[in-house]
Design a protein around this ligand. Sequence first.
Ligand code: SAM
Ligand code: DTB
Length: 341
Amino acid sequence: METAQVNSSAPATSSHAKPITITKRWQSTEWTVAAVEALFALPFADLIHRAQSVHREHHDPNKVQLSTLLSIKTGGCPEDCGYGPQAARYHSGVENEAMLDIAEVVATAKLAKENGASRFCMGAAWRGPKQRDLEPVLDMVREVKALGLETCCTLGMLKPGQAEQLKDAGLDYYNHNLDTAPEFYGDIISTRDYQDRLDTLGRVRDAGINVCCGGIVGMGESRTERAGLVAQLASMDPQPESVPINYLVQVEGTPLHDQLQGEKAIDWTEFVRTIAVARITMPKSFVRLSAGRQEMNEATQAMCFLAGANSIFYGEKLLTTGNPDVERDRALFTKLGVTPL
Ligand code: SAM
Ligand code: DTB
């Protein structure tokens, strides 16, 4: 297959920086890091106006899509993601649990639907699924789909043939994040590399499953690296259907706990800018205001919606950490005149 070096104008800021070889269909030259950085640099009002204009061209500005998350296999993850409370090697208090029973998964999905969610996302703390792990997940996908919900899974890296099995079971979306810019990736995770992520994303796309792919803001990355993440996402061809933008949830016991203190703190305007830039560069995608909402006030969340976010995680828990409860989100939507999609 044809390959290309990433055409990034971002300076290599980390000792881990190395050229990334990616398949050409994932890399167009349309959004360079410099072009995305130029968006970040716009005066705040100009950036938000531009993002809101793009948003209105492609989406109903008063509708927000609701996805509910469930951790179907918690803890014991062999990876070393610096943000990850589920990594076996960190002492975050998250225990290694067995996979949930299918009846519990279906009951939780039913409740999510009754509460108004349109998509149900099942997460497992694996490097990737073994075939014997995948079988019960396929049953979960079938049953959740039969409830009339959209289905999403995040199970780690997929081997050839696994995405096809998920597609056949009725999987609508697969979440697999690039997390950050290629230049910063090695500072956060050493047990896999960027190319591994791109390979799985290619398998998901080839199987005809919608791609859910985004990243995290607030891990100590520079603005150039935030722009680098957005440039990578926006250069995928086709662009991801869903783009989760997470604000780092700092969990005690993980290496990135305390990351957002002092000089490294990310101002709310910078988070809103990241949402706006994602909206402008990926006009048709659903941009999800993802983890970190519990730490955000209502005004910041409202600014994110104004900047083009049109999806959230809904329900009092993300995977292992908290999320605003349903009543609080409903009250916020009422204040903003927002209705669920
Ligand atoms: N095992 C799967 C994999 O390898 O992709 C799932 C990993 S994780 C639960 C899915 C995504 O959630 C991560 O890629 C990251 O973007 C986000 N995430 C995980 N922990 C987070 C945290 N503490 N704060 C913000 N986002 C987080
Ligand atoms: C995504 O981008 N964010 C979600 C979902 N995809 C799987 C996960 C957020 C996890 C936050 C930390 C936790 O609850 O464990």
